[in-house]
Write a protein that binds this ligand. Structure first.
Ligand code: PMP
Length: 301
């Protein structure tokens, strides 16, 4: 069966919101957006990606996300075959064509099409894909109640094997951790590094609040350096909360007044319980709620 033909770049922007996909210079619709089974992103997870939010038609921190995408690619010897400004331009066009004001953008850069061997030299050209669609991780009510979280037995990948700073297409460790949480009936998981220190959620960074002080693991602790995390650190500092980036243990979460996750898709979401220990009052606390409303103001500003 042949893949449905893709539409060329001359297609006029859509007026009503619908998913819009760009693959190596061609605009596609969801049903016709296909990649080769010989693409090494598909065969081996050989590639990198980004996730970005659009609020009211405006892209939140595009530059920071693209910086991270190009750094991730560089770290795995992947040359993105277009420069950042060009990719930013196509990204903006994709958002405007989609007509989705509250969107989620996914950038994917794969090693490209090769043969069945690992050797990336067999892949002459990396593939660049942009998807503009919507995303919703948690129902609104979860932001009121906070999440029930367990610690996953699966640690984050060893830093010297594949740096967690690289947002790579290898998410299996995080997916296994997520499934552990699902099997246990939890809303989300906390992942540790192989030494047992607190790292991150399955797709979020983690913060604790104790006596008005905010703490989060440092970027070098083996986490993805979240764009939302960085925005929250700035907002917290502006609001006068002392913020410290330091190694955390689960004890620090069990005994915190508040704990919360941050991420592009989930924004800021409180943790009400970890491994059966109720955190603080058992619902998102005042600092979490304050930062959440400051974050909402920031993304709409
Ligand atoms: N850690 C992991 C493993 C993630 O996948 C994400 C989501 N990108 C984050 C943290 C949060 O990063 P950001 O705030 O940039 O979305």
């Amino acid at each position: 069966m042949t893949a449905p033909a893709r539409t060329k770049t001359s297609v006029p922007p859509q007026s009503s919101g619908s998913p819009t996909i760009w693959i190596d210079g061609e605009w596609c619709e969801r049903g016709s957006a296909t990649v080769s089974v010989y693409d090494h992103g598909f065969l081996y997870g050989d590639g990198v990606f980004e996730g970005i939010r659009v609020y009211g038609g405006r892209i939140f921190r595009l530059e920071e996300h693209l910086d991270r995408l190009y750094d991730s690619a560089k770290a795995v010897w992947l040359n993105i075959p277009m420069d950042k400004e060009e990719l930013a331009g196509v990204t903006r066009e994709a958002v405007s064509r989609s007509g989705i004001a509250e969107a989620y953008i996914r950038h994917i850069v794969t090693r490209g099409v090769g043969d069945l061997g690992l050797d990336p030299r067999k892949c002459p050209k990396p593939s660049v894909i942009i998807i503009v669609d919507t995303i919703k991780l948690w129902p609104e009510q979860m932001y009121e109640t906070g999440l029930n979280v367990i610690t996953a037995g699966t640690p984050i990948p060893q830093r010297e094997s594949l740096s967690p700073r690289v947002k790579s297409l290898n998410y299996l460790a995080h997916i296994l951790a997520k499934v552990e949480g699902i099997n246990a009936g939890a809303d989300e998981v906390l992942m540790l590094d192989s030494a047992g220190s607190v790292a991150e959620g399955s797709g979020q960074n983690v913060f604790v609040v104790k006596k008005g002080r905010i703490r989060t693991p440092p970027a070098h602790a083996g986490i993805l350096k979240g764009v939302t995390r960085d925005a929250v650190i700035e907002l917290a500092a502006d609001a006068g909360y002392p913020v410290e980036q330091t190694i955390l243990n689960r004890y620090d979460l069990y005994t915190a007044d508040e704990a919360f996750f941050t991420g592009t898709a989930s924004e800021i979401v409180g943790i009400r319980q970890l491994d059966g220990r109720v955190i603080g009052t058992g619902k998102p606390g005042p600092v979490t709620r304050d930062l959440r409303s400051r974050f909402h103001a920031l993304v709409r500003s």
